[in-house]
Ligand binder design. Sequence first.
Ligand SMILES: NC(=O)c1ccc[n+]([C@@H]2O[C@H](COP(=O)([O-])OP(=O)(O)OC[C@H]3O[C@@H](n4cnc5c(N)ncnc54)[C@H](OP(=O)(O)O)[C@@H]3O)[C@@H](O)[C@H]2O)c1
Length: 249
Amino acid sequence: MMRRLIPDATDDVDLEAGYAVPAELPWHVRTSFISSADGAVSLDGRAGGLGSAGDRRVFALLRDLSDVILVGAGTARAEGYGAPRPVGPRLERRRRHGLPDAPVLALVSQRLSFEPDSALFPDDLPRTLVITSGTSPPERRSDLARHAEVLVCGEDTVDLVAAAAALRDRGLRRVHCEGGPRLFAGALGAGLVDELCLTVAPLLTGPGSGRIVTGLELPVPAGLDLAHVLEEDGYLFLRYQVLPAPPVS
Ligand SMILES: NC(=O)c1ccc[n+]([C@@H]2O[C@H](COP(=O)([O-])OP(=O)(O)OC[C@H]3O[C@@H](n4cnc5c(N)ncnc54)[C@H](OP(=O)(O)O)[C@@H]3O)[C@@H](O)[C@H]2O)c1
């Protein structure tokens, strides 16, 4: 049973209410991660080894409340992603929230090393989006364009601000960014992240794994405002609002 510790202690929390995004927001980017208590973002190269039943419930909910799942190629490869096609209660939940039956999967990649016939690119709708830059391999781009919608945003690397505008233009307003750490660093640096949902697993995994942000320096430390703390089986579920960055002096 999920209980709330902060802001006020409550047993058996209504998760949908706890993670609701205000309907009036025209645009919202939520990122979610799980980390061990000593800061590891993966166990044996994957996030799943850190998880719990509660974490899987929250992750499923965050997906179900989104229009688009934005993910870096490294995570899609490491975690064996496929384009989500919710069924049963999860499909009903999306319909109840007035969302299309399936969220769009949007992959961010420079190298484009994906198998075009993989589960990332099903034949049915919605089509997967591949967000890449002008210097990505042209042959791979045209191969993928037969299976996905390819968006070129930026020249040398993906310009994430342009990518966000392209999602908005398609009416994809509620973004669930599932990382990984490199994409999260880029999105934070570009000032694109509104919210971080972080699960802290009651595990110490030792050295070897990266952290939830990696690859790029952040211009300034990002401040967080704690919205809630839930708990189940010793796992902590932290919902933070990301504060606007102060001007760089
Ligand atoms: N604990 C968690 O909740 C969690 C969540 C997500 C991931 N993870 C873990 O994180 C690890 C993967 O880390 P990662 O840093 O490689 O993940 P990532 O951020 O998903 O992937 C990095 C890749 O994404 C593409 N990319 C990201 N930003 C880009 C940009 N601005 N322009 C062009 N391409 C861009 C590049 O793909 P190309 O190489 O294709 O060019 C880059 O190599 C895995 O072990 C995974 O299990 C953990």
